[in-house]
Design a binder for this molecule. Structure first.
Ligand code: HEC
Length: 126
């Protein structure tokens, strides 16, 4: 009898936990590396995972858009000009930097959120 009560308890725990949609479930579905040390970059990864970025970008392989590792290699460091340039591409979209495939605009993403995303992208190594 005790075992059955215990089992019910466990089943409840599993199903309740599964429905709460916590951070572990969202990071599991992304192709991202598990550990991001820089808190700004970690926030960026979370925002990128929630947005549609991974439908067109992979970390180290070419997709519809360039891999984030290639973007990081192109810009090398984060300075004001690089940051502004990438934030603008995220907000307004556009093409011609990597080829003729256009990136869609994301006007709803705030400047701060776009900057966090860039911090994460710049933390990726090939
Ligand atoms: C519809 C597909 C698509 C989606 C969705 C998308 N991108 Fe892109 N992205 C592209 C393409 C294509 C390029 C290359 C555009 C070019 O040649 O200028 C690109 C380029 C970039 C660049 C490089 C810009 C540069 O200056 O070299 C960054 C950074 C970037 N995307 C970030 C993001 C982020 C962050 C998101 C999510 C908010 C996102 N992308 C969503 C297709 C996409």
């Amino acid at each position: 009898m005790k075992t059955i009560t215990f089992l019910f308890f466990v089943i409840c725990l599993i199903s309740c936990g599964g429905n709460s949609g916590n951070d572990t479930t969202s990071t599991n579905t992304s192709p991202a590396k598990p550990e991001v040390k820089d808190p700004e970059a970690a926030k960026g990864l979370e925002l990128i995972t929630k947005s549609d970025c991974f439908t067109c970008h992979k970390l180290t392989e070419a997709s519809v858009g360039p891999s984030y590792a290639l973007v990081a290699a192109k810009y090398k460091t984060i300075n004001e000009a690089n940051m502004d340039s990438m934030v603008m591409q995220i907000n307004k979209g556009g093409k011609g930097r990597w080829g003729n495939v256009p990136m869609t605009a994301h006007p709803a993403i705030s400047k701060e959120d776009a900057q966090s995303m860039v911090h994460y992208i710049m933390s990726i190594k090939q």
